[in-house]
Design a protein around this ligand. Structure first.
Ligand code: NAP
Ligand code: HSE
Length: 432
């Protein structure tokens, strides 16, 4: 059988999974590729480090030149995180005539234009299914299978680490720090998990999906984003009491005034498929004008789900499918306008508000008065008992009717200046 040589740069969580699939399940890849995908070389930073896969002797090196100069190697999976040296390594590999497969969304969200331009100039391709939602084939679905549609919205859970943390906090009541450590141990989190929990990772993935779905280049840093790092477990409980679950939701919506893009902790109605997406699972609900609503669900982080997407991309690359889509889609090309998301203050929705206030007469009137002046209309109010017996501060939870992000933000800023309010208030979006 014909043999095509491939390489891997980066042998961490994902690289190890890819090596396992290539080495242990070669018959499977051969069946779909019509040839053997031969793992010729693996480049790492530290060759002495123990790897959780049995690599044939002599395969591993810390010298990238051994891949760059090896004419036999046609495609390389770049599986290191962060911006540098990932960007430089991808450019060097392209210059050396290699096609690229990557799981690194940060480098695409930041340097996609430069990397894709160079790949096009050199007649090479970049495949990136694993950059969004791990094992869920959402890149191929949006860019190819749904291409007859005008997509109008995407509501998604795109960060496995955050979803794992929220699920465990809700189910077991353990602390944020404990669950984050567990997510790191399981290989879901980035080497530095800051971008997982502050919403940046989800914003980078949303920028990639928006590019595919709406044909616009959105600078990911312009996407309004809030993460789960400051979340209080009390809000998980109050949300449950109201019939909702807290999820870190990434939303893209095409409205007549422009494209709304945001990532934020959101109360999602229990029973809705997005609310029932648990652990490190990701989910993406896409609405297209021809197809209606399509829902994708699967493991969005972790070794083997992500490796599944990388190896499928390697197969597509060596058989030539990627090159065709790469050419026809012209991603990150100047053909697509660079747009900014619509002003977040104008984005409409319902909101969950929590105020920790003195338990005394008149407080409710003060707060509802401010909300009224900002034209934020109240749908329901729950006043909870004090969290501990030795305090007279009570949590006041208010659900609003539809209003704008700007109106609630301004109202909450004013309420936080009232003397009856004892700590910074909480404001989260609601998806019914
Ligand atoms: P990881 O476990 O931290 O592994 C990164 C690997 O890159 C390590 O093996 C490291 O080598 C290697 N590396 C770093 N700098 C290098 C250099 N200059 N030259 C050669 N190798 C270098 O990361 P990961 O979780 O596998 O993630 C890899 C990429 O996939 C990231 O972009 C991430 O965002 C993305 N991704 C991850 C997941 C997931 O569930 N983990 C899912 C989807 C996408 P040493 O081991 O020698 O230090
Ligand atoms: N750290 C990422 C996550 C990996 O938790 O979703 C998948 O991109």
């Amino acid at each position: 059988m014909q043999k095509t040589c491939v390489g891997i740069v980066g042998m961490g969580t994902v690289g190890t999974g890819v090596a396992r699939l290539l080495l242990d399940y070669g018959d499977r890849t051969a069946l779909h590729a019509g040839r053997t995908l031969w793992l010729e070389r693996v480049v790492v930073r530290d060759v002495k480090k123990h790897r959780h896969v049995d690599l044939p002797a002599g395969l591993m090196t810390d010298d990238l030149n051994l891949i760059l100069s090896d004419k036999k190697i046609e495609a390389v999976a770049v599986l290191i995180g962060g911006l540098e040296p990932a960007r430089t390594i991808i450019l060097q590999l392209l210059e050396a005539g290699k096609d690229i497969v990557t799981a690194n969304k940060a480098v695409l969200a930041e340097h996609g234009g430069e990397l894709f331009d160079r790949a096009r100039e050199l007649g090479r391709s970049i495949a990136f299914e694993a950059t969004v939602a791990g094992g869920v084939p959402i890149v191929a679905n949006i860019s190819q299978n749904l291409s007859a549609n005008q997509i109008s919205s995407i509501h998604a859970i795109l960060n496995g680490t955050s979803n794992f943390i929220l699920t465990r906090m809700e189910e077991t009541g353990v602390s944020f720090a404990q669950v984050l450590a567990e997510a790191q141990k399981r290989g879901y989190a980035e080497a530095d998990p800051t971008m997982d929990i502050d919403g940046s990772d989800a914003a980078q993935k949303l920028a990639i999906l928006a590019h595919l779905a709406f044909g616009v280049r959105v600078p990911w840093r312009e996407i309004s984003r809030r993460g789960i790092e400051a979340l209080d477990s009390a809000d998980i409980r109050y949300a449950a009491e109201l019939g909702y679950r807290l999820k870190l939701l990434a939303v893209a919506e095409l409205v007549p005034e422009g494209l709304e893009l945001h990532v934020s902790p959101t109360l999602v109605k229990r029973g809705a498929p997005l609310a029932e997406t648990r652990d490190a699972y990701n989910a993406i609900s896409v609405v297209g004008d021809a197809v209606g609503t399509v829902f994708f669900h699967g493991l969005g982080a972790g070794q083997m789900p992500t490796a599944s997407a990388v190896v499928a991309d390697l197969i597509d690359t060596v058989v030539g499918r990627t090159r065709i889509t790469f050419r026809t889609l012209a991603l990150w090309s100047n053909r697509y306008a660079q747009v900014s998301p619509r002003d977040q203050d104008k984005v409409r929705g319902r909101f969950y508000l929590r105020f920790d206030v003195d338990d005394r007469p008149g407080v409710m009137a003060e707060i509802t008065g401010v909300l009224g002046r900002h034209e934020v209309s109240i749908a329901s109010v729950i006043q909870h008992a004090p969290e501990t017996a030795d305090t007279t501060v009570v949590p006041l939870v208010i659900m609003t009717h539809k209003t704008t992000e700007g109106a609630t933000r301004r109202a909450v800023e004013e309420i936080d200046r009232l003397r009856c309010v004892r700590s910074a208030s909480v404001r989260m979006r609601v998806l019914d």
